[in-house]
Design a protein around this ligand. Structure first.
Ligand SMILES: [Ca+2]
Ligand SMILES: [Ca+2]
Ligand SMILES: [Ca+2]
Length: 266
């Protein structure tokens, strides 16, 4: 029972002594997190502490006039290049840490905020374009920065035709298209003199289409067009000649184009 007043007395004496020490000693500031010696693509955030309670902080970027701040602190947007951040604690007695905590970092420019700085981004003004982005086929844009404009996919189909040819006509007795790309339209076309038809859409069922027996005269051109949206169409051309069943030639047609052309090699 007699010990208690003594302890209280000791505590009462100790308090002014600590306050005296704080009054003479400026606080020491430490940065606890944030970039230092590294590169950043967005304004960095710093966390910091002082070795005394009841302090305020003053932050400065690139030697500018310190502004009052609190931890965590995010710097204003900064241009590309090397930057410094400094923070000093200020205690209740107005003492400012004479040796502010400092960090140096390199700000990389990332104008479109896609996390790829302009040195790595093939278009730093379009956030959907960056290394590894999803490439959209056929739109003439290199979304994934690999230097390649991904072409439209090609329609697929296989034509199997059989029949006979004379000096006056070629008769197709069987005419079957298989392995047709899903969703593709199949059209049988005939151009030139004495064609039995100009265009005929073939019904596709289970990736297969067929035409009924037909004949065409020498000089005519029979073609099968397999087309689909956003796809390079496949054109299988059969030029009708005398006495020989036609040899097929495969051509490609760009989406929306009227004329087929030689297929690109890829
Ligand atoms: Ca960027
Ligand atoms: Ca970009
Ligand atoms: Ca690409």
């Amino acid at each position: 029972m007699r010990l208690l007043p003594s302890i209280l007395l000791i505590v009462a004496c100790a308090l002014p002594a600590t306050a005296q020490a704080d009054q003479r000693t400026p606080p020491e500031t430490t940065i606890t997190s944030g970039p230092n010696g590294t590169t950043v693509t967005a304004p960095p955030t710093f966390a910091f502490v002082a070795d005394e309670p009841h302090v305020t902080f003053a932050c400065s970027v690139d030697g500018a006039r310190p502004v009052r701040c609190a931890s965590p602190y995010t710097t204003p947007p900064l241009p590309g290049g090397v930057h410094t951040f400094a923070v000093a604690a200020v205690d209740d007695f107005g003492h400012t840490d004479p040796t502010p905590a400092m960090a140096t970092f390199v700000m990389l420019v990332d104008a479109d905020h896609d996390r790829f700085p302009e040195s790595l981004d093939c278009n730093d003004h379009a956030a959907h374009i960056y290394p590894g982005a999803l490439e959209v086929a056929g739109n003439q844009v290199d979304e994934n920065c690999d230097g390649v404009l991904a072409p439209f996919p090609r329609a697929a189909a296989v034509l199997t035709a059989g029949g006979d040819a004379t000096a006056t006509k070629t008769t197709f007795r069987s005419f079957v298209v298989t392995g047709i790309t899903a969703g593709a339209k199949v059209e049988l076309r005939c151009s030139g003199r004495s064609c039995p038809f100009k265009r005929r859409v073939l019904k596709v069922r289970k990736a297969r289409a067929s035409a009924k027996r037909f004949s065409a005269k020498p000089g005519a051109k029979v073609e099968v067009w397999v087309t689909a949206p956003r796809t390079i169409g496949k054109v299988m051309r059969l030029p009708i000649v005398r006495n020989r069943f036609p040899t097929m030639k495969t051509l490609c047609v760009e989406p929306g184009a009227k004329q087929p052309k030689r297929c690109a090699s890829s």
